[in-house]
Design a protein around this ligand. Structure first.
Ligand code: ADP
Ligand code: ZN
Length: 785
């Protein structure tokens, strides 16, 4: 019996199923099934009906099997079940290596998500399905080289002779060097018949081969080829030295690269990766929403040989090809969106997270992980370095730089080549005219700016921060907006979608005729009065929509070539085409949502207009100010990326608002100071940790009952473990109804992450909540909607 066989014989393995409960299950691995390793998938009967399910092998019992007691780890401790048996091992090799398995375990525990579900997310489904893999027939010569001449002589058919000669010429003497059948037939212009007779005579053999399709993923026509060699400036040199010191230590560490847009961060990522590759290690670059990064992908592609790309715009087949390329070691630089953090690279030396503050790094379905935080954890497990880059770092990262030993901050305070910062113009929209159709979206100053830009044959980007559920409300006659009674912030209006009986409201105890307003700091909620409390004339609600913007542009600038781009409506190809058209000057004004704010370089853009800088301020979320600040700063970075000076118009109904004022001044430090004050006073991140338990159901009574029980369970665990934390709710979620599901949430605030962990470990051990409703646990939520 050879060694591998012995290892497998009568083993017990532990399996995590994607679809099952929050547990792992033990199975017997029968001798007749080939050995399995951790990270491979197996098929096994599951549940009362023994339906065959697929799961990952996550552990193997290393002890010597004892045939008399094959009952260890039975699926229920109390009874000695005979273990069910694995029916099949699916993968030839593990899909998840030891390091990723450890990462998966950490995610499962930290983000409160079943291990099977985490593993399912780590390996793309395209890989599991084998997308893009095709089987082909190959042919090779089955004769010794010495017998060659003799064989040819004996052959009658001309085509047969040709085929044999061709195979010899191409060196197809065995399986490995075999030629694809169709290609062979084409080369010698033959039908299948001669092949068949050659095969009958055992002169040739055919084999089945599985090969990956060749599917390029690097977008074309976006090249911004860098002219000549870039000589780093002093700030860059200093920053690179700090990063290299981290890389050279070969120990885990994080560098925050805090530099304004165009300060040369990407150039430093490239240099850092070069340093890592020289050490024989590999690198991952994470970018938010890859659709934005066609230019960036090109840029990396120009600088690195073995690059793989992973993002949501790829077809399943392309994704599998890229994954296999990484797994087999044919790529050492991976560039991609959030999930590229799971790229199966060996010898990882560096992870770069560009725009680390981006909330799109948070996945909004289970596992609800934060790409940046997983990147940091993976770097730690791999003894790798991690670079977080941003012009407006998250408050969490700034706090980490102050409090954690292995976090280090370096700054790039200036734009490269001394590009001037764009001019910022604040436009007070309260002066704007209200017409029949609502308020004008393009103010007079912006219209004037656009006119001048068009006359000069320069280009403009207009940004509409449109969000379906946010509603803007203020009184048009006295300009009054609602403020929180506890905090000095503007309240957000929500139309109430929940049909309720009178007296049943969980918010105020009164029936809701219009909606309620919520403070995104202290979560206090109040009814919105129907009339303005100051002037008694009423509240106006203004919805801003991109179609209306287009109409208004067409009216005001009939000759301009206007295009609209937005993430909801745009497929990848159209998106690239539009950007190319814009880059080549075939579009004058490009209007769109947030996705326009990031990562694009268009030297001829000299005007950027933010149609409503306030929109995100009205989100019922404590990060609203932070978002607003980030958005304005980022957009500002789009203007004037050449010697032509750019202007940014920031339209707002709230010109006194702190986030807007600081952003227009470009004063990030000032903003941070102000913002941290609020966060501290209200026990919010980065000081305290948050977790949200969001529950939903079509039936409101059922939901309320389930929420009440969840709250009881939480209280019980808190009491039992003596945890120091705050529990709020259950209360209606800010968006209290989505797709006919009512939503409620319970919010946990704790001074330490470990406290949150202890609570959820306790809750995971509790029996399930009844009545059963959908429950989503969101650790470190990026918003509370
Ligand atoms: P960021 O990532 O901070 O926005 P980039 O690295 O993209 O900045 O740099 C902006 C532009 O300036 C790019 O076109 C880049 O090639 C160029 N660049 C970067 N560093 C230098 C430098 N030291 N000298 C000249 N050009 C530079
Ligand atoms: Zn408040």
């Amino acid at each position: 019996m050879d060694e591998t066989e012995e290892r497998s014989c009568g083993k017990i393995i532990r399996v995590a199923f994607e679809s099952a409960a929050d547990t792992e299950f033990d199975y017997a691995l029968p001798d007749e099934i080939r050995p399995v390793e951790i990270g491979q998938r197996v098929e096994a009967p599951f549940g009362k009906k023994n339906k065959l399910n697929i799961g990952f092998c996550v552990d193997i019992d290393k002890s010597k099997p004892d045939p008399s007691t094959p009952l260890r780890f039975a699926q229920d401790d109390k009874k000695s079940y005979k273990l069910k048996r694995v029916t099949r091992v699916i993968d030839k090799e593990p899909l998840v290596d030891a390091e990723l398995m450890e990462l998966a375990r950490w995610i499962s525990s930290y983000y409160v998500c079943p291990l099977g579900q985490v593993l399912a997310a780590i390996v793309p489904s395209a890989v599991k399905r084998g997308a893009g893999v095709k089987t082909q027939q190959n042919v090779y010569l089955n004769i010794k080289a010495a017998d060659f001449e003799k064989t040819i002589e004996q052959l009658r058919g001309k085509k047969q002779k040709q085929i044999v000669a061709y195979l010899k010429e191409q060196g197809a003497f065995n399986k490995e060097s075999s030629l694809e059948l169709q290609a062979l037939l084409k080369a010698v212009e033959s039908s299948r018949e001669p092949l068949k007779s050659l095969a009958q005579k055992q002169i040739i053999k055919t084999v089945q081969k599985t090969v990956m399709k060749s599917l390029p993923v690097i977008p074309e026509g976006m090249s911004i080829r860098t002219q000549g060699r870039i000589v780093l400036n002093q700030d860059q040199e200093k920053a690179l030295d700090a990063i290299k010191a981290g890389i050279d230590s070969e120990k885990f560490g994080v560098t925050l690269l805090y530099g304004v847009t165009d300060s040369g961060k990407t150039e430093l990522y490239i240099r850092a990766i070069q340093a890592v590759l020289q050490k024989g290690r590999s690198a991952i670059v994470l970018l938010p929403e890859i659709a934005l990064t066609a230019q960036t992908v090109q840029r990396f592609n120009e600088r690195f040989e073995k690059i793989a790309v992973m993002h949501s715009g790829l077809t399943a087949a392309q994704r599998n090809v890229q994954w296999q390329k990484i797994k087999s070691g044919r790529a050492d630089v991976v560039i991609g969106a959030r999930s590229a953090v799971f790229a199966p690279l060996a010898k990882l030396g560096l992870i770069v997270v560009d725009e680390e503050h981006e909330s799109s790094y948070k996945q909004d379905t289970a596992p609800r992980y934060h790409g940046r935080d997983v990147a940091i954890k993976r770097a730690q497990l791999a003894n790798a370095h991690c670079i977080l880059g941003s012009a407006t770092p998250s408050l969490e990262t700034l706090a980490n730089c102050q409090s954690k030993k292995h976090f280090n901050m370096v700054r790039l305070p200036q734009r490269v080549m001394n590009l001037p910062m764009p001019r910022m113009r604040l436009v007070d929209m309260r002066q704007s005219r209200v017409t029949q159709k609502g308020i004008n979206l393009i103010s007079e100053p912006l219209a004037e700016g656009l006119k001048v830009t068009l006359e000069r044959k320069e280009q403009a980007i207009l940004l509409l921060n449109r969000r379906g559920y946010s509603n803007f409300v203020f009184c048009p006659s006295c300009k009054h907006t609602l403020h929180c009674r506890n905090c000095d912030v503007t309240l957000t209006f929500h139309r109430s979608n929940t049909p309720r009986r009178d007296g049943m409201s969980t918010i105020t105890g009164t029936h809701m005729h219009s909606g309620y307003a919520i403070c995104h700091y202290c979560l206090a909620q109040t009814l919105v009065p129907e009339k303005c409390p100051l002037c008694g004339k009423g509240f106006a609600m203004i919805g801003l929509g991109s179609q209306r913007l287009e109409e208004e542009l067409a009216r005001k600038f009939p000759a301009a070539r206007v295009s609209r781009i937005d993430s909801d409506s745009m497929a990848g190809k159209d998106y690239y085409r539009l950007l190319r058209d814009f880059g080549q000057g075939r579009i004058d004004i490009l209007a769109g949502t947030q996705m326009l704010a990031k990562g694009l370089h268009f030297p001829n853009v000299t005007l950027v207009g933010i149609i409503s800088a306030d929109t995100s301020l009205y989100l019922p979320d404590f990060r609203a100010n932070e978002r607003t600040f980030q958005l304005i700063s980022q957009v500002a970075g789009r203007a004037g990326r050449s010697e032509k000076k750019g202007t940014v118009f920031v339209q707002t109904f709230l010109p006194e608002q702190q986030a807007i004022r600081y952003a227009v001044k470009g004063d990030f430090d000032g903003f941070i100071k102000e913002e941290l004050k609020h966060r501290k006073a209200c026990n919010l991140p980065p000081y305290w940790r948050l977790a949200a338990v969001v529950m939903r159901d079509m039936n409101f009574e059922k939901l309320e009952a389930a929420c009440a029980q969840m709250r009881q369970k939480i209280d019980r665990v808190v009491r039992r473990k003596g945890l120091k934390l705050k529990v709020r709710g259950p209360m209606p979620a800010a968006i209290n109804r989505i797709q006919r599901f009512h939503r409620m949430q319970i919010i946990i605030q704790a001074p330490q992450a470990a406290t949150v962990q202890r609570l959820f470990t306790g809750l995971r051990a509790e029996p399930p909540v009844r009545p059963a409703v959908k429950i989503a646990i969101d650790i470190d939520p990026v918003n509370l909607l």
